[in-house]
Design a protein around this ligand. Structure first.
Ligand code: PLP
Length: 409
C-alpha cells in the first residue's frame, strides 16, 4: 500500500478507482505482495531443500491458488473439496498434502484415490490406514508436540488438550502400529497454530519433531506447519522469519547428517503468504454521532470479515477517500443486526458519508470465512496482477441466496 499524491495505490493501482469500477464491498488482492512474501520465506530457508505448501483455507479463490502454483508452491488442504479445487487448479496430486481433522475415514480414502499425500492425525485412522493399505501408500503423521506458540486459544492448536495431531507422548503406540502394519511413514508434521510470537518456542517444537523423527526410517520430509505471524498494526510483534530461518536451517542440516539422509523441509503457510495481499473496500453508509462515540457505519460487517468479531483481531483501517482530512476518532461498525465492530476507536481522516474505507490484512481468513448472515450476498473479489485489476469473482445475488432452497409451501 502506497500513499502517492493523496491517493492510495495497491499493486500499482489506485484503490479508489478500483472501488469505483467494481463497487463495494469488494475484496482486492495484490499478487506482488504474495510473491514478495513467498520470496521472503524461500530466502530465509535457502540453505535447505524447502517446499512451501500453501494452506489454501486462508484464501481459496482458484486464481490465487493458481498464482501460488506459478510461484512454485504446493498445496496444504484440509478438506476433500480443497483437494479437488487444488487438482482443478493444476497441482499434481504429489504436490498436495491433505491434513484433515475429524473427517470421516471415507474422505481420507477418497483423497488417497486422488493420489494426494495423507497426513494422519489420529491413532484410530492410523490403524485403519495400516490395515487397508499397509506399506502400499506412503503417509505423513501429524505429531502434537504440546507447545504453546502464542495466539489465542482458537488458533493455538499444539497445546495439551488440543484436538489436533497425535500426542508426542503416544509415540510408542504409533511405533507399534507402524511396525505391525509395515506402514511407510515418509513425513512427520507439526502445526502449532497461528501466531507464532516467540521463535524460541517454535524452535523447541522443531527439536521435539527431530527427536520423534529418529523413530521412523523411511522419512523424506519434515513438515513444520505454519503459524508465521504478520503485523496487523504498527508495532505488532511479527515472527522473526530470519531468525527462525537461520536456526531451523542449521538444526535441520545437523539432523539430516545424523539421520543419514537429506530430507525436504516443508512449511504450509497461509496467513504469511496472503494476509497482507488483501484489502476489503467498504463504503461508509452513515456517520452516526452519539453522546460518546462517532460511528462510521459501513456496507459490510461480520458477514464479510469475521476475524474482528471471532478473534478480536485488529485490522488497520484507512479512509482512502479523504487522505488529507483532519484526524478524528471513530468506531467503524458493520450493517449487521448484531454488534459487529470492525475497529474500535480508530483515528481516521475525517469520515464522510459515501467515503471508501480500506480494511487491511484482509487477504487471509477474510473471504473464506464470510457468510450470508442477514441474507447479504458475499462480495466480489478482484486480483491485481501485472499492474492490472481483474475481477475474479462476481458478487452474489438474491438468486444465489435462494438457489438451493426448496419451497414446499
Ligand atoms: C490453517 C493451517 C495452516 C495455515 O496457518 P496460517 O496461520 O494461516 O499460516 C497450516 N497448516 C494447517 C494444517 C492448517 O490447518
Amino acid at each position: 500500500m502506497q500513499l502517492i499524491k493523496n491517493k492510495y495505490y495497491f499493486g500499482g493501482v489506485d484503490l479508489l478507482e478500483i472501488a469505483e469500477k467494481y463497487g463495494t464491498p469488494l475484496y482486492v488482492y495484490d499478487t506482488e505482495t504474495i510473491s514478495r512474501q513467498y520470496k521472503k520465506l524461500s530466502q530465509a530457508f535457502s540453505g535447505v531443500d524447502l517446499k512451501i505448501k500453501y494452506a489454501c483455507k486462508a484464501l481459496n479463490n482458484i486464481n490465487i491458488i493458481k498464482y501460488l502454483k506459478s510461484l512454485g508452491a504446493g498445496l496444504d488442504t484440509v478438506s476433500i473439496q480443497e483437494v479437488e479445487i487444488g487438482l482443478k487448479a493444476g497441482y499434481k496430486p504429489s504436490e498436495i498434502l491433505f491434513t484433515p481433522n475429524c473427517v470421516d475415514y471415507s474422505e481420507i480414502v477418497k483423497a488417497i484415490d486422488c493420489g494426494v499425500t495423507i497426513n494422519i492425525d489420529n491413532i484410530s485412522i492410523l490403524e485403519q490406514f495400516g490395515h487397508d493399505y499397509g506399506n502400499k501408500i506412503d503417509c505423513c503423521i501429524r505429531i502434537n508436540p504440546h507447545i504453546m506458540a502464542g495466539g489465542n486459544s482458537h488458533i493455538s492448536v499444539g497445546h495439551i488438550d488440543s484436538k489436533f495431531g497425535i500426542s508426542i507422548y503416544q509415540l510408542p503406540l504409533i511405533d507399534r502400529i507402524v511396525k505391525n502394519n509395515k506402514i511407510k511413514v515418509t513425513g512427520l508434521h507439526m502445526h502449532t497454530g497461528s501466531d507464532i510470537l516467540d521463535a524460541d518456542v517454535f524452535l523447541r517444537g522443531a527439536d521435539l519433531l527431530f527427536d520423534a523423527a529418529k523413530h521412523f526410517a523411511d522419512l523424506k520430509y519434515l513438515d513444520f506447519g505454519s503459524g508465521f505471524k504478520v503485523a496487523y498494526k504498527e508495532g505488532d510483534i511479527t515472527t522473526d522469519i530470519g531468525k527462525i530461518g537461520k536456526k531451523i536451517t542449521s538444526n535441520f542440516n545437523k539432523f539430516c547428517k545424523n539421520y543419514g539422509k537429506n530430507l525436504e523441509l516443508w512449511f504450509e503457510p497461509g496467513k504469511f503468504l496472503v494476509s497482507e495481499s488483501g484489502v476489503l473496500l467498504v463504503k461508509v453508509n452513515v456517520v452516526k454521532q452519539t453522546l460518546s462515540t462517532i460511528f462510521a457505519g459501513v456496507n459490510s460487517g461480520q458477514n464479510h470479515l469475521l476475524r474482528p468479531k471471532l478473534y478480536d483481531a485488529y485490522h488497520n483501517i484507512l479512509n482512502i477517500s479523504n487522505t488529507k482530512g483532519s484526524k478524528r476518532i471513530y468506531s467503524v461498525v458493520g450493517y449487521i443486526c448484531e454488534t459487529d465492530t470492525l475497529g474500535y476507536d480508530r483515528k481516521l481522516n475525517e469520515v464522510r458519508e459515501g467515503d471508501i474505507l480500506a480494511i487491511l490484512n484482509a487477504g487471509a481468513y477474510g473471504f473464506t470465512m464470510s457468510s450470508n448472515y442477514n441474507s447479504r450476498p458475499r462480495p466480489a473479489e478482484v486480483m491485481i496482477i501485472n499492474g492490472e485489476a481483474k475481477l475474479i469473482r462476481q458478487s452474489e445475488t438474491l438468486q444465489d441466496l435462494l438457489k438451493h432452497q426448496i419451497e414446499v409451501l
